[in-house]
Ligand binder design. Structure first.
Ligand SMILES: CC(=O)N[C@H]1[C@@H](OP(=O)(O)OP(=O)(O)OC[C@H]2O[C@@H](n3ccc(=O)[nH]c3=O)[C@H](O)[C@@H]2O)O[C@H](CO)[C@@H](O)[C@@H]1O
Ligand SMILES: C=C(OP(=O)(O)O)C(=O)O
Length: 454
């Protein structure tokens, strides 16, 4: 709990958020237009990719979020020179990459999971890497066995120490045949960032194919890598000796778009999200429509609104892409508390991702979490041993309460619940939300929310 508070405060400070508690006077629809920029789940990895090159990279669309500050700190600790050319445009120069002191790496690692992705690039550049304890949202065990097994397959030695993990590559890393037990996003990125400069060919089976991964592959190709994405989750990478810097505009943040869309629905509002694109949001848009939300795809964004007619219950199964993303269920569940009937959300990616629903129940929701999942005859995603299910009965009026943000997406759902509820809500630990939502306080203001920071 304490470490979350510390992380939250650090995260808030990194993006200039001066308060860790927000008081919301709810019951007012959110209306207006906001913009999203590059995805947290791509930008941070693109920054790490710059380490693989021998010339500078230029990354555009970089959002003001604390995870970007964490990765900047880590890159700088390794000698990468980072310059902000204009707001949202970073130049990353890896000409003088050095080993960093473990204490310095540990101090920078903060609440992000990205340090693990430094392994491949550092092994190529320096022959060794230190990885501190990983942060990220506490939504289950979040092991790193797939990452370490993949690195071993490339020929790295992995030495687990009390303070973290020490990796070395006594010989040049070699291409490998790797099959992931689950299409993990992070482990797929680990393999990509390592294989591109390994000697020979790597074949990765059961790879994740999220749009952010495709964007990372596009960046690596710009750098000189040879990567083919084949059918059935197979990715083949032919290693090359050297890579050069890239120029790239990051893919938009799908998770942020889905969150504001859910906010429009839950508050009976009307929000246009500039920068959102249809192609990468199709699965979400289908569910949004089934719940009864309206949307219109514009030239430069997507408009989401509540049409004024009752919302409908749905069954959702979270899944890897192209399924319904696990990071989308939390904000949408707030809207489902207002649907007429019983909704079921099966969480199949992480084993502990419904903790945030306790606060919603305190606000008047009727959500029952089944920790071992629920049988259903209409399932599409094969049942996983770690899954849980949430059953949401609606509609239930929400009333203001004092709640504490547990994690990034759960935190955003608390904000939305406070905005949809009648009365006043006090939401603490909001700094953690700045890990993934750029300028969310300013955006709430733009959308006409009634709140103050304490
Ligand atoms: C920074 C970032 O991009 N975070 C995203 C990334 O997280 P992240 O990359 O951490 O998520 P993964 O796809 O790796 O995790 C999926 C599942 O695989 C398991 N697993 C993963 C690695 C491993 O070594 N061993 C193992 O068992 C995890 O515990 C989890 O149950 O993808 C998730 C799934 O889309 C998203 O929710 C996160 O927002
Ligand atoms: C789980 C998430 O992120 P991370 O992997 O950075 O903790 C998320 O973005 O919801």
């Amino acid at each position: 709990m304490n470490s979350l508070t510390k992380d939250s405060q650090k995260a808030a400070a990194r993006v200039g958020l001066t308060s860790d508690t927000i008081v919301i006077h709810g019951g007012k629809p959110l209306r207006g237009r906001i913009e999203v920029r590059g995805a947290k789940n791509l930008v941070t990895k693109a920054m790490v990719a710059s380490l693989l090159a021998d010339t500078p990279s230029i990354l555009k669309g970089v959002p003001e979020i604390s995870d970007v500050h964490v990765v900047s700190g880590l890159l700088k600790a390794h000698g990468v020179e980072i310059t902000t050319l204009e707001p949202g445009v970073l130049k990353l120069d890896p000409s003088n990459v050095v080993s960093a002191h473990f204490a310095e790496i540990d101090a920078h690692a903060g609440s992000s999971r990205i340090p693990i992705l430094f392994c491949g690039p550092l092994l190529h550049q320096l022959g060794e890497a230190f990885i501190p304890d990983l942060g990220g949202c506490r939504i289950g065990d979040r092991p790193i066995d797939f990452h370490l097994n993949a690195l071993r397959a490339f020929g790295a030695t992995v030495d687990k120490k009390h303070e973290g993990i020490h990796l070395t590559a006594p010989q040049k890393l070699k291409g490998a045949l790797i099959e992931l037990p689950f299409p993990s996003v992070g482990a797929t990125e680990q393999v990509l960032l390592t294989a591109v400069r390994a000697e020979g060919t790597t074949e990765l089976k059961n790879a994740a194919i999220e749009p952010e991964i495709m964007d990372l592959i596009a960046i690596l190709q710009k750098m000189g890598a040879i990567i083919s994405v084949e059918p059935n989750r197979v990715i083949v990478i032919e290693g090359v000796e050297t890579l050069r810097g890239y120029q790239h505009t990051a893919i938009f943040d799908r998770n942020e778009v889905a969150s504001w869309a859910a906010a429009a629905l839950a508050t009976k509002g009307d929000i246009t999200v500039g920068g959102a694109r249809q192609q990468e949001m199709m699965t979400f848009l289908n569910v949004f429509r089934k719940v009864g939300g309206e949307f219109e795809v514009l030239e430069d964004g997507i408009r989401f609104w509540h049409p004024g007619t009752p919302l409908k219950p749905v069954m959702i199964e979270t899944d890897v892409h192209p399924g319904f993303m696990t990071d989308w269920q939390q904000p949408l569940i707030v809207a489902l508390t207002q649907a007429e009937g019983e909704s079921v959300v099966h969480e199949t990616v992480y084993e502990n991702r419904f903790g945030f629903t306790e606060a919603l129940n305190e606000m008047g929701a009727d959500i029952v979490v089944h920790q071992s999942g629920l049988a259903s005859i209409t399932r599409r995603v094969p049942r996983r041993p770690l899954e849980q299910a949430a059953v949401i009965q609606g509609p239930t009026p929400l009333t203001g309460a004092s709640v504490r943000v547990p994690d990034l997406r759960g935190g955003f759902s608390h904000l939305i619940a406070g905005l949809a509820a009648t009365g006043t809500s006090t939401i603490s630990n909001v700094g953690i939300i700045s890990r993934g939502y750029e300028l969310f306080i300013d955006k709430l203001e733009t959308l006409g929310a009634d709140f103050e920071l304490v």
